[in-house]
Design a protein around this ligand. Structure first.
Ligand code: FAD
Ligand code: DHB
Length: 391
Protein backbone atom coordinates (compact mmCIF):
# COMPACT_ATOMS: atom_id res chain seq x y z
CA UNK A 1 0.00 0.00 0.00
CA UNK A 2 1.15 3.59 -0.67
CA UNK A 3 0.18 6.88 0.94
CA UNK A 4 1.59 10.38 1.22
CA UNK A 5 1.85 10.47 5.03
CA UNK A 6 2.04 7.40 7.27
CA UNK A 7 0.83 8.28 10.76
CA UNK A 8 1.77 6.05 13.70
CA UNK A 9 -0.69 6.39 16.61
CA UNK A 10 -4.37 7.37 16.90
CA UNK A 11 -4.20 9.68 19.92
CA UNK A 12 -5.14 13.36 19.66
CA UNK A 13 -1.92 14.12 17.71
CA UNK A 14 -2.20 11.42 15.03
CA UNK A 15 -5.95 11.78 14.51
CA UNK A 16 -5.84 15.58 14.28
CA UNK A 17 -2.96 15.43 11.81
CA UNK A 18 -4.91 13.00 9.60
CA UNK A 19 -7.93 15.31 9.76
CA UNK A 20 -6.06 18.53 8.90
CA UNK A 21 -4.20 16.79 6.06
CA UNK A 22 -7.49 15.47 4.67
CA UNK A 23 -8.90 19.02 4.65
CA UNK A 24 -5.82 20.07 2.65
CA UNK A 25 -6.34 17.21 0.16
CA UNK A 26 -3.40 15.13 1.42
CA UNK A 27 -3.75 11.37 1.86
CA UNK A 28 -2.66 9.60 5.00
CA UNK A 29 -3.03 6.24 6.73
CA UNK A 30 -3.29 6.05 10.55
CA UNK A 31 -2.00 2.91 12.29
CA UNK A 32 -2.96 2.18 15.92
CA UNK A 33 -2.09 -0.83 18.06
CA UNK A 34 -5.09 -0.53 20.39
CA UNK A 35 -8.78 -1.10 19.63
CA UNK A 36 -11.19 1.73 18.83
CA UNK A 37 -13.06 1.11 22.11
CA UNK A 38 -9.82 1.32 24.09
CA UNK A 39 -8.70 4.67 22.67
CA UNK A 40 -12.22 6.11 22.98
CA UNK A 41 -12.52 5.17 26.65
CA UNK A 42 -9.00 6.01 27.84
CA UNK A 43 -9.44 8.71 30.50
CA UNK A 44 -6.68 11.30 30.45
CA UNK A 45 -6.55 15.05 30.05
CA UNK A 46 -9.61 17.29 30.17
CA UNK A 47 -8.77 20.94 29.63
CA UNK A 48 -8.48 22.67 26.25
CA UNK A 49 -6.75 25.99 25.70
CA UNK A 50 -8.64 28.48 23.55
CA UNK A 51 -6.21 27.87 20.66
CA UNK A 52 -7.02 24.14 20.81
CA UNK A 53 -10.76 24.84 20.79
CA UNK A 54 -10.23 27.20 17.83
CA UNK A 55 -8.37 24.64 15.72
CA UNK A 56 -10.98 21.95 16.39
CA UNK A 57 -13.83 24.38 15.62
CA UNK A 58 -12.22 25.81 12.48
CA UNK A 59 -11.66 22.29 11.15
CA UNK A 60 -15.35 21.40 11.52
CA UNK A 61 -15.15 19.51 14.82
CA UNK A 62 -16.79 22.11 17.02
CA UNK A 63 -20.45 21.06 17.18
CA UNK A 64 -20.40 18.71 20.19
CA UNK A 65 -17.53 20.65 21.77
CA UNK A 66 -19.63 23.85 21.72
CA UNK A 67 -22.64 21.98 23.11
CA UNK A 68 -21.00 19.89 25.83
CA UNK A 69 -17.74 21.71 26.58
CA UNK A 70 -17.70 23.76 29.79
CA UNK A 71 -16.11 27.16 29.16
CA UNK A 72 -14.30 28.64 32.18
CA UNK A 73 -13.41 32.29 32.76
CA UNK A 74 -11.27 31.74 35.84
CA UNK A 75 -9.71 29.32 38.31
CA UNK A 76 -9.06 29.23 42.04
CA UNK A 77 -5.76 28.86 43.82
CA UNK A 78 -6.36 27.66 47.37
CA UNK A 79 -3.68 27.85 50.04
CA UNK A 80 -3.56 28.64 53.74
CA UNK A 81 -7.22 27.61 53.85
CA UNK A 82 -8.40 30.47 51.63
CA UNK A 83 -9.39 30.70 47.97
CA UNK A 84 -7.99 33.26 45.51
CA UNK A 85 -9.57 33.63 42.08
CA UNK A 86 -7.46 34.20 38.98
CA UNK A 87 -9.64 36.01 36.42
CA UNK A 88 -8.36 34.38 33.24
CA UNK A 89 -10.86 36.08 30.95
CA UNK A 90 -10.47 39.52 32.54
CA UNK A 91 -6.68 39.32 32.34
CA UNK A 92 -6.24 37.75 28.91
CA UNK A 93 -9.59 37.97 27.10
CA UNK A 94 -9.42 34.18 26.70
CA UNK A 95 -11.18 31.19 28.22
CA UNK A 96 -10.33 27.51 28.71
CA UNK A 97 -12.78 24.67 28.08
CA UNK A 98 -13.33 21.41 29.92
CA UNK A 99 -13.88 18.65 27.35
CA UNK A 100 -12.38 15.21 27.95
CA UNK A 101 -9.53 13.99 25.76
CA UNK A 102 -11.54 10.87 24.96
CA UNK A 103 -14.33 13.10 23.62
CA UNK A 104 -11.84 14.87 21.33
CA UNK A 105 -10.65 11.44 20.20
CA UNK A 106 -14.23 10.21 19.59
CA UNK A 107 -15.01 13.31 17.48
CA UNK A 108 -11.84 12.89 15.43
CA UNK A 109 -12.47 9.16 14.84
CA UNK A 110 -16.09 9.83 13.81
CA UNK A 111 -14.94 12.51 11.34
CA UNK A 112 -12.25 10.25 9.90
CA UNK A 113 -14.61 7.33 9.41
CA UNK A 114 -17.34 9.59 7.95
CA UNK A 115 -15.14 10.45 4.95
CA UNK A 116 -13.68 6.94 4.73
CA UNK A 117 -10.13 7.91 5.73
CA UNK A 118 -7.90 4.89 6.39
CA UNK A 119 -7.64 4.26 10.14
CA UNK A 120 -6.42 0.81 11.17
CA UNK A 121 -6.93 -0.27 14.76
CA UNK A 122 -5.36 -3.32 16.42
CA UNK A 123 -2.33 -3.54 14.16
CA UNK A 124 0.85 -5.09 15.60
CA UNK A 125 4.64 -5.20 15.10
CA UNK A 126 4.77 -1.62 13.79
CA UNK A 127 8.26 -0.59 12.65
CA UNK A 128 9.59 2.36 10.62
CA UNK A 129 12.37 2.02 8.01
CA UNK A 130 14.51 3.96 5.51
CA UNK A 131 13.99 7.22 7.39
CA UNK A 132 17.02 8.84 5.75
CA UNK A 133 15.72 8.21 2.22
CA UNK A 134 12.95 9.86 0.15
CA UNK A 135 10.86 6.69 0.42
CA UNK A 136 10.41 5.74 4.08
CA UNK A 137 8.29 2.66 4.90
CA UNK A 138 6.21 1.37 7.77
CA UNK A 139 5.85 -2.37 8.26
CA UNK A 140 3.16 -3.90 10.49
CA UNK A 141 0.91 -6.90 10.81
CA UNK A 142 -2.86 -6.81 10.60
CA UNK A 143 -4.99 -9.86 11.36
CA UNK A 144 -1.76 -11.88 11.40
CA UNK A 145 -0.73 -10.76 7.87
CA UNK A 146 2.45 -8.79 7.22
CA UNK A 147 1.91 -5.43 5.47
CA UNK A 148 4.05 -2.60 4.10
CA UNK A 149 3.03 1.07 3.88
CA UNK A 150 5.18 3.14 1.53
CA UNK A 151 5.13 6.86 2.33
CA UNK A 152 6.61 10.24 1.43
CA UNK A 153 6.75 11.21 5.10
CA UNK A 154 6.11 9.50 8.45
CA UNK A 155 4.57 11.20 11.49
CA UNK A 156 5.50 9.59 14.81
CA UNK A 157 2.44 10.34 16.95
CA UNK A 158 2.70 7.16 19.02
CA UNK A 159 3.03 8.64 22.50
CA UNK A 160 5.79 8.35 25.07
CA UNK A 161 6.07 4.54 24.89
CA UNK A 162 5.83 4.27 21.09
CA UNK A 163 8.35 2.89 18.59
CA UNK A 164 9.14 5.99 16.51
CA UNK A 165 11.44 7.88 18.89
CA UNK A 166 13.49 4.74 19.70
CA UNK A 167 13.84 4.03 15.94
CA UNK A 168 16.04 7.14 15.59
CA UNK A 169 19.72 6.11 15.64
CA UNK A 170 21.69 6.78 18.83
CA UNK A 171 23.46 10.12 18.90
CA UNK A 172 20.86 12.01 16.85
CA UNK A 173 18.58 13.12 19.68
CA UNK A 174 19.36 14.98 22.88
CA UNK A 175 16.96 14.16 25.72
CA UNK A 176 16.17 16.51 28.63
CA UNK A 177 14.54 14.75 31.55
CA UNK A 178 13.24 15.42 35.05
CA UNK A 179 11.39 12.91 37.21
CA UNK A 180 9.40 14.31 40.16
CA UNK A 181 9.33 12.66 43.60
CA UNK A 182 5.52 12.35 43.57
CA UNK A 183 2.59 11.18 41.41
CA UNK A 184 -1.13 11.97 41.07
CA UNK A 185 -3.94 9.71 42.12
CA UNK A 186 -6.93 10.61 39.93
CA UNK A 187 -10.58 9.64 40.30
CA UNK A 188 -13.69 10.11 38.23
CA UNK A 189 -16.80 10.31 40.43
CA UNK A 190 -20.52 10.45 39.67
CA UNK A 191 -20.95 13.64 41.70
CA UNK A 192 -21.70 17.22 40.65
CA UNK A 193 -18.60 19.42 40.92
CA UNK A 194 -18.85 21.43 44.14
CA UNK A 195 -17.34 24.52 42.51
CA UNK A 196 -18.04 25.67 38.95
CA UNK A 197 -14.36 26.56 38.43
CA UNK A 198 -11.22 24.43 38.93
CA UNK A 199 -9.52 24.54 42.32
CA UNK A 200 -5.73 24.04 42.58
CA UNK A 201 -4.96 23.51 46.28
CA UNK A 202 -1.61 23.65 48.04
CA UNK A 203 -1.83 21.96 51.43
CA UNK A 204 0.61 20.64 54.04
CA UNK A 205 -0.70 17.13 53.27
CA UNK A 206 0.03 17.60 49.57
CA UNK A 207 -1.50 19.03 46.40
CA UNK A 208 -5.12 18.48 45.35
CA UNK A 209 -7.04 19.49 42.22
CA UNK A 210 -10.80 19.60 41.82
CA UNK A 211 -11.89 19.57 38.19
CA UNK A 212 -14.80 18.07 36.28
CA UNK A 213 -15.99 16.42 33.11
CA UNK A 214 -19.65 17.52 33.12
CA UNK A 215 -22.25 19.02 35.48
CA UNK A 216 -22.69 15.53 36.96
CA UNK A 217 -19.13 14.15 36.80
CA UNK A 218 -16.27 15.28 39.01
CA UNK A 219 -12.61 14.58 38.33
CA UNK A 220 -10.35 14.91 41.36
CA UNK A 221 -6.61 14.47 41.82
CA UNK A 222 -4.39 14.02 44.89
CA UNK A 223 -0.62 14.18 45.15
CA UNK A 224 0.68 10.77 46.29
CA UNK A 225 3.98 8.86 46.42
CA UNK A 226 5.31 7.73 43.02
CA UNK A 227 5.39 4.09 44.09
CA UNK A 228 1.90 4.28 45.63
CA UNK A 229 -0.24 1.12 45.43
CA UNK A 230 -3.75 2.06 44.32
CA UNK A 231 -5.08 -0.87 46.37
CA UNK A 232 -4.03 1.03 49.51
CA UNK A 233 -6.52 3.79 48.64
CA UNK A 234 -10.04 2.82 49.64
CA UNK A 235 -12.83 5.15 48.51
CA UNK A 236 -13.20 6.38 52.10
CA UNK A 237 -9.51 7.21 52.35
CA UNK A 238 -9.60 9.13 49.05
CA UNK A 239 -12.63 11.21 50.12
CA UNK A 240 -11.14 11.92 53.56
CA UNK A 241 -7.93 13.15 51.96
CA UNK A 242 -9.80 15.33 49.46
CA UNK A 243 -11.91 16.90 52.22
CA UNK A 244 -8.75 17.63 54.24
CA UNK A 245 -6.73 19.15 51.39
CA UNK A 246 -9.56 21.22 49.92
CA UNK A 247 -10.84 22.42 53.33
CA UNK A 248 -11.38 26.14 53.79
CA UNK A 249 -10.65 28.00 56.97
CA UNK A 250 -14.22 29.35 57.00
CA UNK A 251 -15.50 25.77 57.23
CA UNK A 252 -17.04 25.64 53.73
CA UNK A 253 -16.78 22.11 52.37
CA UNK A 254 -16.26 22.00 48.63
CA UNK A 255 -16.11 18.30 47.91
CA UNK A 256 -19.27 16.53 46.81
CA UNK A 257 -19.01 12.77 47.20
CA UNK A 258 -20.47 10.19 44.82
CA UNK A 259 -19.70 6.71 43.49
CA UNK A 260 -16.08 6.46 42.24
CA UNK A 261 -16.23 5.22 38.63
CA UNK A 262 -12.52 5.01 37.91
CA UNK A 263 -9.21 5.50 39.74
CA UNK A 264 -5.60 5.50 38.59
CA UNK A 265 -2.11 6.80 39.31
CA UNK A 266 -0.17 9.04 36.87
CA UNK A 267 3.60 9.50 37.13
CA UNK A 268 5.02 13.01 36.88
CA UNK A 269 7.82 13.75 34.48
CA UNK A 270 9.19 16.51 32.28
CA UNK A 271 10.87 15.21 29.11
CA UNK A 272 11.86 16.70 25.75
CA UNK A 273 13.89 15.39 22.82
CA UNK A 274 15.58 17.65 20.29
CA UNK A 275 15.28 17.77 17.33
CA UNK A 276 11.77 16.41 16.71
CA UNK A 277 12.82 15.04 13.36
CA UNK A 278 15.12 12.53 11.76
CA UNK A 279 15.17 12.45 7.94
CA UNK A 280 11.59 11.87 6.84
CA UNK A 281 10.30 10.98 10.33
CA UNK A 282 8.64 13.80 12.30
CA UNK A 283 7.77 13.38 15.99
CA UNK A 284 4.76 15.15 17.52
CA UNK A 285 2.98 15.18 20.90
CA UNK A 286 3.97 12.79 23.69
CA UNK A 287 6.30 10.91 21.29
CA UNK A 288 8.66 13.90 21.63
CA UNK A 289 7.84 15.45 25.00
CA UNK A 290 5.84 15.02 28.17
CA UNK A 291 4.97 17.45 30.94
CA UNK A 292 3.77 16.94 34.50
CA UNK A 293 -0.03 17.39 34.41
CA UNK A 294 -0.20 20.52 36.64
CA UNK A 295 -1.53 23.22 34.31
CA UNK A 296 -2.95 20.77 31.73
CA UNK A 297 -0.50 21.28 28.90
CA UNK A 298 -0.06 17.68 27.58
CA UNK A 299 -2.90 17.40 25.08
CA UNK A 300 -2.71 21.09 24.19
CA UNK A 301 0.96 20.76 23.28
CA UNK A 302 0.16 17.76 21.08
CA UNK A 303 -2.49 19.83 19.28
CA UNK A 304 -0.13 22.82 18.88
CA UNK A 305 2.63 20.59 17.40
CA UNK A 306 0.14 19.28 14.87
CA UNK A 307 -0.98 22.75 13.82
CA UNK A 308 2.64 23.54 12.93
CA UNK A 309 3.39 20.14 11.38
CA UNK A 310 0.21 20.00 9.27
CA UNK A 311 0.99 23.38 7.71
CA UNK A 312 4.58 22.31 7.01
CA UNK A 313 3.49 19.02 5.40
CA UNK A 314 0.92 20.89 3.32
CA UNK A 315 3.61 23.22 1.98
CA UNK A 316 5.85 20.26 1.13
CA UNK A 317 3.16 18.11 -0.50
CA UNK A 318 1.85 21.03 -2.53
CA UNK A 319 5.29 21.57 -4.04
CA UNK A 320 6.35 24.67 -2.09
CA UNK A 321 9.63 23.10 -0.97
CA UNK A 322 10.82 21.90 2.41
CA UNK A 323 11.45 25.19 4.25
CA UNK A 324 8.49 24.80 6.62
CA UNK A 325 9.31 21.13 7.25
CA UNK A 326 12.90 22.05 7.97
CA UNK A 327 11.71 24.68 10.44
CA UNK A 328 9.12 22.45 12.16
CA UNK A 329 11.27 21.19 15.01
CA UNK A 330 12.70 24.59 16.00
CA UNK A 331 9.33 26.30 15.76
CA UNK A 332 7.51 23.65 17.81
CA UNK A 333 10.29 23.46 20.42
CA UNK A 334 10.27 27.22 21.08
CA UNK A 335 6.70 26.92 22.31
CA UNK A 336 7.17 23.50 23.95
CA UNK A 337 9.93 24.83 26.22
CA UNK A 338 7.68 27.63 27.43
CA UNK A 339 4.98 25.09 28.29
CA UNK A 340 7.63 22.91 29.95
CA UNK A 341 8.71 25.85 32.07
CA UNK A 342 5.12 26.64 33.04
CA UNK A 343 4.27 23.02 33.95
CA UNK A 344 7.46 22.69 36.00
CA UNK A 345 6.75 26.02 37.76
CA UNK A 346 3.11 25.18 38.58
CA UNK A 347 4.23 21.76 39.83
CA UNK A 348 7.02 23.23 41.98
CA UNK A 349 4.78 25.93 43.45
CA UNK A 350 1.86 23.70 44.40
CA UNK A 351 3.28 20.35 45.56
CA UNK A 352 4.65 19.24 48.89
CA UNK A 353 8.30 18.20 48.69
CA UNK A 354 9.08 15.61 51.36
CA UNK A 355 12.11 16.65 53.34
CA UNK A 356 11.94 20.09 51.64
CA UNK A 357 13.56 22.68 53.83
CA UNK A 358 11.46 25.28 55.66
CA UNK A 359 12.98 28.06 53.57
CA UNK A 360 11.60 26.49 50.36
CA UNK A 361 8.21 26.10 51.97
CA UNK A 362 8.11 29.81 52.86
CA UNK A 363 9.16 30.77 49.33
CA UNK A 364 6.38 28.60 47.85
CA UNK A 365 3.75 30.39 49.93
CA UNK A 366 5.28 33.82 49.15
CA UNK A 367 5.11 33.00 45.44
CA UNK A 368 1.44 32.03 45.66
CA UNK A 369 0.73 35.20 47.66
CA UNK A 370 2.47 37.28 45.01
CA UNK A 371 0.58 35.61 42.12
CA UNK A 372 -2.72 36.36 43.82
CA UNK A 373 -1.94 39.87 45.07
CA UNK A 374 -0.20 41.33 42.01
CA UNK A 375 -1.81 41.89 38.62
CA UNK A 376 1.55 41.18 36.96
CA UNK A 377 1.85 37.93 38.95
CA UNK A 378 -1.69 36.84 38.09
CA UNK A 379 -1.09 37.73 34.43
CA UNK A 380 2.03 35.53 34.33
CA UNK A 381 -0.05 32.57 35.39
CA UNK A 382 -3.08 33.47 33.28
CA UNK A 383 -1.41 34.03 29.92
CA UNK A 384 0.47 30.74 30.15
CA UNK A 385 -2.56 28.84 31.44
CA UNK A 386 -4.88 29.92 28.59
CA UNK A 387 -2.09 29.09 26.12
CA UNK A 388 0.67 31.14 24.50
CA UNK A 389 0.26 32.11 20.85
CA UNK A 390 1.52 29.71 18.20
CA UNK A 391 3.66 32.30 16.41
P1 FAD B 1 -1.21 9.57 22.99
O1 FAD B 1 -2.53 10.09 23.41
O2 FAD B 1 -0.41 8.77 23.95
O3 FAD B 1 -1.46 8.73 21.68
C1 FAD B 1 -0.50 7.85 21.14
C2 FAD B 1 -1.21 6.70 20.46
O4 FAD B 1 -0.25 5.87 19.83
C3 FAD B 1 -1.96 5.82 21.44
O5 FAD B 1 -3.29 5.64 20.99
C4 FAD B 1 -1.16 4.53 21.45
O6 FAD B 1 -1.99 3.40 21.70
C5 FAD B 1 -0.58 4.52 20.05
N1 FAD B 1 0.63 3.72 19.91
C6 FAD B 1 1.61 3.49 20.81
N2 FAD B 1 2.56 2.69 20.27
C7 FAD B 1 2.16 2.42 19.00
C8 FAD B 1 2.72 1.67 17.95
N3 FAD B 1 3.87 1.01 18.11
N4 FAD B 1 2.07 1.60 16.77
C9 FAD B 1 0.89 2.27 16.60
N5 FAD B 1 0.31 3.00 17.58
C10 FAD B 1 0.94 3.08 18.75
N6 FAD B 1 -2.40 15.75 30.18
C11 FAD B 1 -3.02 16.79 30.73
O7 FAD B 1 -2.86 17.89 30.21
N7 FAD B 1 -3.83 16.62 31.83
C12 FAD B 1 -4.05 15.41 32.39
O8 FAD B 1 -4.80 15.29 33.35
C13 FAD B 1 -3.40 14.30 31.85
N8 FAD B 1 -3.58 13.06 32.37
C14 FAD B 1 -2.92 12.02 31.83
C15 FAD B 1 -3.06 10.74 32.37
C16 FAD B 1 -2.37 9.66 31.85
C17 FAD B 1 -2.53 8.28 32.47
C18 FAD B 1 -1.49 9.87 30.75
C19 FAD B 1 -0.70 8.71 30.16
C20 FAD B 1 -1.37 11.13 30.18
C21 FAD B 1 -2.07 12.21 30.71
N9 FAD B 1 -1.95 13.49 30.16
C22 FAD B 1 -2.58 14.52 30.72
C23 FAD B 1 -1.18 13.76 28.98
C24 FAD B 1 -2.03 13.77 27.72
O9 FAD B 1 -3.05 12.81 27.83
C25 FAD B 1 -1.12 13.52 26.54
O10 FAD B 1 -0.21 14.61 26.48
C26 FAD B 1 -1.82 13.33 25.20
O11 FAD B 1 -2.48 12.09 25.20
C27 FAD B 1 -0.81 13.38 24.05
O12 FAD B 1 -1.42 12.97 22.86
P2 FAD B 1 -0.60 12.13 21.79
O13 FAD B 1 -1.54 11.92 20.65
O14 FAD B 1 0.71 12.76 21.55
O15 FAD B 1 -0.25 10.75 22.51
C1 DHB C 1 -7.39 18.60 34.36
C2 DHB C 1 -6.13 18.07 34.51
C3 DHB C 1 -5.08 18.91 34.82
O1 DHB C 1 -3.85 18.44 34.96
C4 DHB C 1 -5.28 20.27 35.00
O2 DHB C 1 -4.23 21.06 35.34
C5 DHB C 1 -6.54 20.79 34.82
C6 DHB C 1 -7.59 19.95 34.50
C7 DHB C 1 -8.52 17.70 34.06
O3 DHB C 1 -8.31 16.49 33.97
O4 DHB C 1 -9.65 18.20 33.94
Amino acid sequence: MRTQVGIVGAGPAGLLLAHLLHLAGIESVVLETRSRAYVEERIRAGLLEQGSVDVLTESGLGARLQREGLAHDGLELRFGGAGHRIDLKGLTGKQVTIYGQQEVVKDLIAARLAYGGPLRFEVADVAVHDLETDAPRITYTEGGEARVLECDLIAGCDGFHGICRPAIPPGVLTAYDRVYPFAWLGILAAAPPASHELIYARHERGFALATMRSPTLSRLYLQCAPEEDIAAWSDDRIWAELHARLARRDGADQVTEGPILQKGITAMRSYVVEPMRHGRLFLAGDAAHIVPPTGAKGMNLAIADIRVLARAIEGFCQGHGSDLLDGYSAKALARIWKAQRFSWWMTSMLHRFDGGDPFEHKVQVAELDYICASRAGAMTLAENYVGLPLD
